[in-house]
Write a protein that binds this ligand. Sequence first.
Ligand code: CUA
Length: 380
Amino acid sequence: MDARDEQNPTTFAYEAKDGSKAPSLVCPTMRRRHHKIFRAMLLFAFAFVCLGLAGHVEPVLGNTDGVTSIFRPLSQPAQEIKETSLLVLAICGSIFAVVAGLLVYAIFRFRHRAGDELSEPPQVYGSNQIELAWTILPLLIVFVLILVTSRTIADIQNRKPPPTAVQATVIGHQWWWEIRYPELGIVTANELHVPASDGRGSRPTFLKLQSADVAHSFWVPQLAGKTDLIPNRENLMWIEPTKPGTYPGNCAEYCGTQHARMLIRVVVDPPGEFERWAKEQQQSASANASATAGRTVFFTNSCVNCHTISGTSAQGKFGPDLTHLMSRATLAAGALPNTRDNLRLWVRDPQKIKVGCLMPNMQLTDEEVDQVVAYLQTLK
Ligand code: CUA
């Protein structure tokens, strides 16, 4: 047991460094215990930070299976944005290191020591040098950050479309993407095809972004930053990928229950391949003689009110254009791979796959579902 102060039994006898005795409210055992708890907490915090960093650094550096990463840009302007953000990160990281370093130093250098109760630390009231330093230095840093970021923003926003540029309009819907190429006469959905720029020439794609209902945001991390799609407004952006491939992206602005299933794919075609794709998309739907039963089901139900199949009487504008449905890799804005079985599931009851989506359960019989799917599969 620790000795109680004889005169005042609510306090503990406390022996200072110079041997003098003084009353203290904190029992020495408690003091030692607090120290131990504090040290254990610090160790735990350090371990957690290490674990957290290990979990984040590895996927960023070792990610090779095509998962989107802003740290692996494969197009302008994503490349330029990455360079700017690394500089901003470096500046902010240095500030953090200095501030955290000083904090840790102060915590250890001026920690509680035996005998501290008896003396007050030196009292300092204001210092012109220190106050000037912590006003001017941050001002300079902010100024550098403003210059660097505004140069990047201006670079990106002032880009003028060259005559070779592809023009496309992307319209956000709850919860899919309508894609139009006015100059090429193409309408499609959820998969934006663009040509790759290569050594032979620059061929950027300029996008007009619109919304049919609420605010959405177009984000394909490896190609460009986010740009919002806002009702009654047109936003502009451009991309200029150089490496052919498929780049996944998603809606980056909460837009309702199925926001998470509003995925976009940008397919970057080698130049000749893009022309071939465009030519195919410009064709009307093939008047395939097979699947007549499915065609009848499609045209006698209300499918035609929402969907367009060019070259037919189906001219609905509410849902995705189905003229070349089978040329797309996914269904329902990336919710499912575009296979026969998934198409059946979708036509039978879209609400099971995408709760709240605007396509209702048409109450078709199993036979009708099979027939419609057979018809849809002719839309190549
Ligand atoms: Cu569209 Cu979120």
